[in-house]
Structures are given as C-alpha cells and as structure tokens.
Design a binder for this molecule. Sequence first.
Ligand SMILES: [Zn+2]
Length: 345
Amino acid sequence: MPGIDMTYLQKTMLDLLVIPSVGGDCDEAMKRIASEFEELGVKTSVTKKGALIGTISGKDKKNHRVVTAHVDTLGAVVRKIKENGRLALLQIGGFAWSSVEGENILVRTMDGREYSGVILPEKASIHAFSETVRETLRTDDTIEVRLDEVVSTAADVRSLGIEVGDFVFFQPRAVVTANGFVKSRFLDDKACIAMLFAAIQAMKEGKKSLAATTHFYISNYEEVGHGVSFLPEETAEIVALDVGIVAPGANSSEMCVSIAARDSRTPYDLAFRKRLVELAKKHDIDFRVDVYFRYGSDASVGMTQGFNANFACFGPGVDASHHYERTHLRALEESTKLLVAYLSE
Ligand SMILES: [Zn+2]
C-alpha cells in the first residue's frame, strides 16, 4: 500500500479548519477544496445546491462508488438584534450552548463585512449576578453575542450592516500538539476531507488505479440533515467519511479508525462492514467497530431518502464531538490507510 503523506494531510486539514464554513455559507471553503482537486488533476462538477464532486475513473466503470465528507460545520444565524445591541442567535446543527460559551465568533453581513464578538450568557459576570451565573440554563433565550464594537442599541448594530439572518462562525482554535493530538472546532468533518485528499494523493504518487470510478462528494448541508441529496446514476455504493464517537463506554478511540455498525438511523450493511474490517486486518490498520447512539451520516441519512446503493461509514475517533473536538494524527493516518485500501480493492 502506498504511504500516506501526513505532512500534506496536516497542512490541508489546518488550511480547511481555519476557513469559516457553517451550513448555509461554505463558499470560501468550497473554493479551497476545488483548488485542491485541481492541484491533484481531478475534474470536478458542482451540484445545483453547491456541493462539489470530484470524479476519478477506475477499473470498474459500471459500478461507481461515492466517497463523501462534509465541509459544513456547526454555527448559528442572527435571530434578533436586541434593543441593547446584543445579538440573539439560532443554532445551525446540533450542539449545546454551553459547549461554545465564551467562544469568539465572526458575524458576516450580507455585503461581506465581518465583525468579531463572543458568545456569552446574558448574565455572565459572577460579580454582577452571583449564583444566577452558575444556575442559569444556557438556551436560545439566555445566550447572546457581545460584539466587539461600540454599540448599545439595535440601530447601532444595524448601522454596521448586521441583520437578522447573517451567519455566525465559531473560532476554530485549530491546534496540533507536539505529541500529535489535533484539537479544533470542528474536526467534524474537515479532518475527513483532508484524509480524502491524502488518499487521492497517495494513490496518485503510488501510481495505483482505483478499483472503480469514484465520485468524491463534498457535501455542504450534512449537519442539518440533507448533505448528499442525490447519487450519480451508476452509483453502487456510498461510503461516508465521518468521525467516530469517543466517549466513556464507547468503543472508538482517538488512536484508530472507527467503522460504524449502527447509528441512530439504521444498522450499516453487514457485508460491506465485513469487507472494511477484512481490509483493515489485511493491511494491519488499527480499527474499532462501534455503534453510535445519536448520530447520522451522509450514508445512513441517504438510505432513509431511498437511495439505491449499498452504504458504509468510517472515520477517525474524535473525543468531545460537537464540542472542542480532539483526535490524534494516528487516527487520521489509520483512517486514510483504510480509505486507500477501499479505493484500491
Ligand atoms: Zn460529521
């Protein structure tokens, strides 16, 4: 099997992590991804709702494969401009407000102006509000954005060009530690896009041909449930590259690839899962099979839409998903190795 260029994977991942991309506004990240496909000599097409598909032909030209990863991440939109100049928000994707409390954010206006701010509870200062700060449940009604601007009325905010419906991006705080841990909002799922490129690059460098014509589908609305919304006609199977869930009691690990057996939507196809497990064993890839209690992937959600294809899901084990996430370079490498094995055989 060709080796994985981890320097390339890491660089591509960090490049993507720092580009703001929330479900609904992923253009900038999509442009970066399109240029990466181009760099690798992969021709691309864009779906009507802005997803990007890079296609490489392989030995089997009849039974195509789709490998998908999503560029959209969690974030918010401005729901209301309050009379005191603070912003009320509505979430995009599923997360707890407490997981982003104190996080710096970026608001992007319709005409492209960007402003910084921070997510805080309405009652943030313990000096001012005492135990209320500890006891208040963080909800849409109790958290808000404090803009880093001199504003004290709704009119002040509107004069900056900020309006209801503007997208709000959380600061990624992407870090790779000296011992190989990777932390960011959100590794899910940009780490998998970087893996996808590292796999294509490894196949190219190793002059290996793909087992079948493969469509690399970068979806842009996965976190809100309609990522991959159609499959090219010849598609025989779809693999979603998405994070494994590392938590107490879960089987996944930050040091290996997780192969999904079931998520909250459906069990994954048994024969397909066995094929992935056999590939992992054959190539000495560290893997765990896991089941996810509250989880959907572009593969499992696609099945509930009635796609006519077989389906599987795997990816790096990630701790504290949809919070300040962490994995390890080892998990990214093992996952990429499994992807290369899958693409080749
Ligand atoms: Zn995901």
